[in-house]
Design a protein around this ligand. Sequence first.
Ligand code: AMP
Length: 435
Amino acid sequence: MDSGRRRTIISVTTPDFSALGVAEPLLRALVAENYHTPTPIQAQAIPPLLAGRDVVGIAQTGTGKTAAFALPILQRLSEVRVQTPPGTARALILAPTRELAIQIADAIATYGRNLSLRHAVIFGGVGQDPQVKAMARGVDILVATPGRLLDLINQRHIRLERTGILVLDEADRMLDMGFIRDVRRIIATLPKQRQSLLFSATMPPDITRLAEDMLTEPVRVEVTPAVVTVEAIDQRVFFVETASKRALLNALLDDRDLARVIVFTRTKHGANRVVEQLDKAGVVAEALHGNKSQSARQRALARFRSGDARVLVATDIAARGIDVDDVTHVINYELPNIPESYVHRVGRTARAGARGIALSFCDPSERPYLRDIEKLTRRPLSVVAGHPAAVAVSSPASAPADRRSPGGAPERRGFSAGRPATAAARPRPKSRYAG
Ligand code: AMP
């Protein structure tokens, strides 16, 4: 029964990539990457960018902003075949660090794998000869850090007078790192007639000014960082093999303090599987995902809210817009590959000042996701060691030293707020969890 708490399902119709206008060769690359649904920044930015508009994007890393600009750029460049004269680039993407530049270039290679566009990446701290060589025939897309690029422009190895698309990524970091003057000098060598994009997590006055100078009637797209909410949440991670996740979940749910739990999976199929598993273990659970009708979703939610179902198993998309109070625990059965989704997921607990707990299961293939999440939240999750199901694959001794709790000792606490240890945390014979 629905009591006085807020119950809203905002039915969000999420367009897919083809509805945004993304062309077939790119769609194939996205399917290969398992991208099915655009992130909010992609949904907002791709259509105006494909239409040739300037865009100012307020978004941080982890929101999917790289694909938001890379896909339209690849598409627009592939629509017109041109010869690139030596030392020139048709599009320029400026990034503050070598790491980010490489990451962007990798994304370009991935999304553009079915197109025959050429790209190069340029950064300081290494010899310039290979970079000069890479530019010798000209490229479609050049990804660069400002210092080295300016160097190569001054040495006349690179000319940007034909560069019709410019992206400034992480503009606020460029400012912090003292690159803005270099950036302005580089921009001065580009044609005035061009498409320009600026992405920044924040908009300090210097960046607002730069945006005004470099953009023409830009479309503003913004995704508000959800990061603020995570501070109040106790966040922990279990390093666990995929095959042991099921036993770990069942063992955790032996603890009745996990009273109202949302379990997240990456896929609809995964959500159904977890519900079946829980059913076998005698735990009442409901699935919430996009394959269910609106009325089935409403029903699942109502049963979860009333407490008839102790567990709701949801995918990220389905969970958008749900508002349920008193969620005691969020369990990430599978880590999201979009770090921003992690923040949205864990934000489902700890509402209205309550202390929330978020437990993440991380198998070896998910370690890169965990790294991205910690980069976004700027906060390492505490590692839970000592749990039998997790211990089976990741004993305290095998946890990297920097993943331990302060003082060097691995975390060994329960998962109920305010209680030092619970049944779920007590070591039990391994055999109980076998299979
Ligand atoms: P970014 O904010 O561009 O650094 O992207 C963050 C992560 O999200 C990257 O690992 C991307 O591969 C991933 N990603 C971006 N867009 C999508 C999408 N639509 N679906 C799934 N993963 C995505």
